[in-house]
Ligand binder design. Structure first.
Ligand SMILES: [Zn+2]
Length: 275
């Protein structure tokens, strides 16, 4: 177990991970971050069946993996609620509920692009019948296509659904990325876009490149901006019709609590107008 954990940690160490560790060590809550990192490193390497047994209960339910849970796990950030079985967060669970209720209920997804894939959602998408699933990331090794979201190596109108969550806030030229998402989507198709959003207008400063300063200004060491709700204007300028979706659009108050959703999470449902 210890040997396996050490091997896993060593294979995950890369320049991005080293920067993450350096920034965490310089933060005011360095000790809590280190403890959370260790808990996550150990817990999420236990077999899913064992995690499911450890957290079994009837108070909560994960709509992504179907686990019945005594509670969700608070790790890494005080507002994060992890499913201890599939490792989904609030935003993944609300996305899945929206996809089930408002996309799959209308028509099946034939060909989809999943950018920077989250494991819990990857598994859920791949379980859908007759789907051609394409995963893409600039850095990760376990994807079908390695590419930059600003230069998508796909034909126009190639996908009927795109899931792109917590990517654009890392991209200096986010408008180019939005135009690419629009280009590769078929008319009538939907791109579900998520970014961290605050209550003020979008704030960005390309001159800020120091990871510690980026974390202070933009909330994470590798973010290049904080988005405001004016992201809707950028998405609209890129050719999308945009719908703002919240947890209340897919679940009532009781279900929001049961599924561990967050009223503050926002999804941008971006439809490419039919020609
Ligand atoms: Zn789950």
């Amino acid at each position: 177990m210890v040997y396996s954990l050490r091997q896993q940690v060593l294979t995950e160490i890369n320049p991005v991970m080293l920067t993450r560790i350096r920034v965490a060590l310089q933060s005011r809550d360095a000790l809590r971050r280190a403890v959370d990192f260790l808990i996550a490193a150990i817990l999420f390497r236990l077999p899913p069946l064992l995690r499911s047994a450890l957290f079994r209960g009837e108070r909560h339910e994960c709509p992504l993996c179907g686990a019945h849970l005594s509670g969700f796990l608070v790790l890494h950030r005080p507002f994060f609620r992890w499913c201890p079985v599939c490792r989904s967060l609030q935003r993944h669970r609300v996305s899945w509920l929206f996809i089930r209720q408002h996309i799959l209920s209308v028509h099946p997804i034939r060909r989809m692009l999943h950018i920077a894939p989250e494991e819990a959602l990857r598994q859920a998408f791949q379980r859908l019948p007759d789907i051609e699933y394409v995963s893409m990331d600039l850095y990760a090794a376990d994807v079908l296509v390695r590419a930059d979201v600003g230069w998508l190596p796909f034909a126009s109108h190639a996908f009927d659904f795109i899931y792109c969550s917590h990517v654009l806030e890392h991209i200096p030229n986010d408008r180019a990325a939005m135009r690419e998402l629009q280009r590769v989507l078929r008319p009538g198709g939907v791109a579900l876009v998520l970014v961290p959003v605050w209550g003020k207008p979008t704030f960005e400063d390309p001159g800020v490149t120091d990871p510690v300063e980026r974390e202070r200004l933009f909330g994470q060491f590798d973010h290049v901006r904080w988005y405001g709700f004016d992201i809707v204007d950028r998405l609209t300028d890129s050719g999308f019709a945009v719908r703002v979706i919240r947890a209340g659009d897919v679940a009532d108050v009781r279900a929001i609590n049961r599924f561990g959703l967050d009223q503050a999470d926002v999804l941008f449902g971006c439809t490419k107008p039919a020609r």
